[in-house]
Design a protein around this ligand. Structure first.
Ligand code: RAM
Length: 347
């Protein structure tokens, strides 16, 4: 409980800090908070999974705020579908523009590696944030411990459905590194609950229309489904909206996963969804922004134990490579949203 309260305070105060940074930069005072050792006037390319997802927009806003506070420039560039192919032109554009670095949310663990290797060879600092890539020579900014995200979602659902019944996962793109890593740990955690059975995983590609189609397919294939975990803000908000207008389903079905409190508030307050999780995507972006600026300035090397400061958030340390992940930095533990707190957040 203590941890949850601390996290809530951190989430709220960091949101306030973000407002302050943006506010100051609006008055031309931002450079007062920048570290003297960092280069200024650098250009960075932010390459989200796609340019339409509100979660990615919040994250990019955080990166941009951090870079602007340091006197740098941010260019947001990506496709409108969650594929590696749609992101490659943006990596090429960053190289052509002689950008100082890239922050990318990988739509695929390996398909971006040849282009990112070109970027690294051209001297760009490469940071992945939100969704990792498996290429060398980059730093991953992880929203929370990967295993903890996966296991906590299963535990949340298990406790809501009495640890028994058929469940399904409604994910994002089938190639998304982050969702697939979390699902791996969900499957591991499910072994603790022998009466819960994962019947299928469906993929909505972080597109609301596709998410709705696969949700409807799921519900007609498994009419007595007890639970759905949707580890994507697009999937869970689409599902919540559908359940809200098909309330009889709630007699047997529980929805949880990862959602934006701003999108989920309505559904939590009216009882459609009881609990879901997330972190602060604006802070994730800020952390990634400070990391890439430090890497591009030479004040941070991608080496275990190296530290850098993210003004408003704290001091962060590069963690050693672990199973499936290279050197990384973790923002903090996921936070559970309920009726009692969901209205307090600005993202
Ligand atoms: C979606 C995206 C993103 C993920 C969140 C939880 O917006 O898939 O990558 O981190 O959900």
């Amino acid at each position: 409980m203590k941890i949850k309260n601390r996290t809530a305070t951190a989430l709220v105060s960091s949101a306030l800090a973000t407002v302050l940074v943006v506010g100051l930069s609006g008055f031309g005072l931002a450079s007062a908070s920048a570290s003297g050792t960092l280069k200024k006037g650098q250009t960075f390319y932010l390459i989200p999974k796609d340019t339409l997802n509100p979660y990615e927009t919040l994250e990019d806003g955080g990166i941009k705020a951090a870079l602007q506070a340091l006197g740098d420039k941010a260019v947001i560039s990506s496709g409108t579908v969650d594929t590696a192919a749609a992101q490659i032109p943006s990596i090429q554009a960053a190289i052509q523009a002689h950008a100082a670095g890239i922050v990318i949310a990988g739509n695929d663990p390996s398909a971006l590696c040849p282009s990112l290797a070109q970027a690294h060879a051209a001297g760009l600092a490469v940071v992945s944030a939100d969704s990792d890539v498996t290429c060398p020579n980059h730093l991953f900014i992880n929203q929370a411990n990967t295993q903890q995200i996966g296991t906590s979602e299963v535990d949340l659902l298990a406790n809501e459905i009495g640890k028994s019944g058929e469940i399904a996962i409604l994910s994002a793109a089938a190639t998304a590194t982050n969702q697939n890593s979390w699902i791996k740990y969900m499957k591991q955690e499910l072994k603790k609950y022998p009466k819960m059975k994962l019947v299928t995983t469906v993929y909505g590609n972080d597109d609301p229309a596709t998410s709705l189609t696969v949700l409807q397919g799921l519900l007609s294939a498994y009419p007595t489904l007890r639970g759905i975990i949707s580890p994507t803000t697009v999937g869970i908000s689409t599902s919540a909206q559908y359940l809200d207008t098909h309330k009889s389903l709630l007699k047997h079905l529980t929805l949880t996963g990862l959602g934006l409190p701003s999108q989920m508030k309505k559904y939590v307050l009216d009882g459609t969804v009881k609990k879901f999780e997330l972190w602060n995507p604006i802070n994730l972006g800020k952390l990634a922004g400070y990391a890439v600026a430090n890497l591009a300035s030479g004040t941070l090397k991608i080496k275990t134990g190296q530290t850098f400061s993210a003004p408003g958030l704290g001091k962060y340390t590069i963690l050693p490579a672990a199973a499936g992940t290279g050197p990384s930095v973790v923002l903090g533990p996921p936070f559970v949203f309920t009726k009692a707190n969901v209205a307090k957040f600005n993202f």
